[in-house]
Design a protein around this ligand. Structure first.
Ligand SMILES: [Zn+2]
Length: 253
């Protein structure tokens, strides 16, 4: 892990890290939810990897496309979107859209990617949000990611087959969750808004009107930004993992 002290960047704690991973349920969730932040991390020199839990094979109103065809289209769109954000490290776990459960198998696959890529910070969907309904796959992906980070990726007797294949245990320092209640970290995405829009538009099968999509992204990210003195911004809840205190919510001030 990078040993830069966190207080070096009190307003930008993520700058202490050099490796970020995003784990989401569906192709497009990352870009539609927080593509600006991911582009920003890459721009600031971070290595980035994607994990997609499902293949998004139900996301269509077209009666002529099969699930297999749609899964292939969405995989291609996701690779394009991730390349625009700035990475080719994209892993598809391949579960059916709407069929994700937080099982030992799913957790094990996420643990495998954590032990392979060794991220210090993970971005995922908020499994704890209690104020509005969230897609079942999003809840399952978020919950599985938290469980994968603590304690499974950390302990060598969990999924020992990973150790046998040459991977090591790994401690993730922080998780940032999106789609949750009041954000306590706001990231200025003004300088990467064009990348964010372009990456979202790469999910062509999911967008009826690219222009309207751009306006929606700019509108949504400017609302939160205004309150914080930025032009565009994305918000997260920050969760830190410390020895002896496994999950610590940074208090709101
Ligand atoms: Zn989704």
């Amino acid at each position: 892990m990078t040993e830069k002290p966190e207080d070096e960047h009190p307003d930008k704690p993520w700058l202490a890290y050099s490796r970020a991973m995003v784990v989401v349920a569906h192709p497009d969730d990352a870009e539609f939810g927080f593509g600006g932040t991911l582009a920003k991390m890459v721009k600031e020199g971070m290595e980035l990897a994607y994990v997609l839990c499902t293949n998004g094979d139900k996301g269509t109103t077209d009666p002529d496309i099969t699930q297999e065809q749609l899964a292939a289209v969405r995989q291609r769109e996701q690779r394009n979107a991730s390349a625009i954000i700035g990475t080719t490290d994209v892993t598809f776990l391949g579960y059916g859209d709407g069929e994700l459960e937080s099982t030992r198998e799913v957790i094990g696959k996420i643990v495998h990617e954590i032990r392979r890529f060794r991220p210090e910070i993970i971005f995922c969907q908020d499994p704890f949000n209690r104020t509005r309904h969230n897609h079942r796959d999003h809840r399952m992906a978020g919950q599985s990611t938290f469980d994968a980070v603590f304690p499974f990726a950390r302990d060598r007797l969990h999924f020992p087959e990973h150790i046998a294949e040459g991977l090591e245990t790994h401690k993730v320092a922080e998780i940032y969750t999106s789609m949750g209640d009041d954000p306590d970290v706001v990231i200025d995405t003004s300088d990467v808004i064009d990348i964010s829009v372009k990456a979202s538009q790469a999910h062509r099968s999911q967008i009826a009107d690219p222009q309207a999509m751009e306006e929606r992204i700019r509108g949504r990210t400017s609302e939160l930004a205004e309150k914080n003195g930025f032009k565009y911004a994305e918000g997260f809840r920050r969760h830190t993992f410390n020895p002896g205190r496994p999950l610590h919510r940074v208090p709101l001030d």
